[in-house]
Write a protein that binds this ligand. Structure first.
Ligand SMILES: [Zn+2]
Length: 234
């Protein structure tokens, strides 16, 4: 039946199709930005890996230096207390040497503690980047080219649908359309439902026969007694 209510129903079908296309576009954008995350995270990973490698090497060097220093201190210490050095001047020099080596040991130990902190932070950043990449890879849906093609197609479809909608809207009075739009907001996108075998297709409630007659007549707005949507014949 061709009346303003069935035209409104056709408009609603177009709008629902646009809503669906836009939802899909939203998902595509999310997937594409996920792809961007993957690319960016791979770059981050190579940076964090290099930083970790450098920090580990620095720690290792300090550990080796400290280890040979401790060995050196033990050697000189052993010599000082061996009784082999009889010359007091030489003994004093050896004692001074041990004191100097111990100061160097303290400095090295401080540097090592700092280097370990840096290494731990670098490890943490690297692990975080690995997790981010794993997460992004797990949510990868399809390849980028396919998504971009689908996005272009959806945008084209939306344009076509919106043109059809505009054409259909010509015959709808503004107040009727505003009323429909408010109702659509309240009814989760569906302001109008089809009457099928005397029942509302949205909620399934059977309508009184007088209402069915008015709906079939099509010149006034009739609401479903169950869900409050406007009822039209298909
Ligand atoms: Zn209903």
């Amino acid at each position: 039946m061709d009346n303003i209510f069935s035209t409104l129903y056709a408009i609603q079908s177009l709008e629902l199709a646009v809503d669906e296309a836009r939802q899909r576009l939203h998902d595509i954008e999310a997937a594409l930005s996920n792809d961007a995350v993957i690319t960016a995270t791979r770059q981050t990973l190579s940076t964090t890996e290099a930083a970790l490698h450098e920090a580990s090497a620095h720690t290792k060097n300090l550990e080796l230096e400290l280890s040979s220093l401790i060995q050196k201190i033990q050697e000189v210490d052993t010599l000082v207390y061996s009784g082999k050095i009889k010359n007091p001047k030489e003994l004093q020099e050896r004692n001074d040497e041990v004191a100097s080596l111990r100061r160097r040991q303290t400095t090295l130990e401080e540097q090592l503690a700092e280097a370990k902190k840096v290494q731990s932070t670098a490890q943490q950043h690297h692990t975080e980047a690995q997790h981010t990449l794993e997460e992004a890879l797990a949510h990868r849906v399809t390849d980028e080219t396919e998504l971009i093609e689908e996005r272009d197609q959806l945008n084209h479809e939306i344009d076509t649908i919106l043109r059809k909608r505009k054409a259909k809207m010509q015959g709808i009075p503004k107040e009727t359309f505003d009323h429909y739009r408010n109702l659509r907001k309240r009814k989760r996108g569906q302001a109008i439902a089809l009457l099928k075998e005397d029942s509302c297709s949205a909620c399934g409630i059977e309508q009184p026969s007088s209402d069915v007659q008015r709906i079939l007549h099509g010149d006034e707005m009739v609401y479903c007694i169950g869900c409050g949507r406007i009822l039209v014949t298909g």
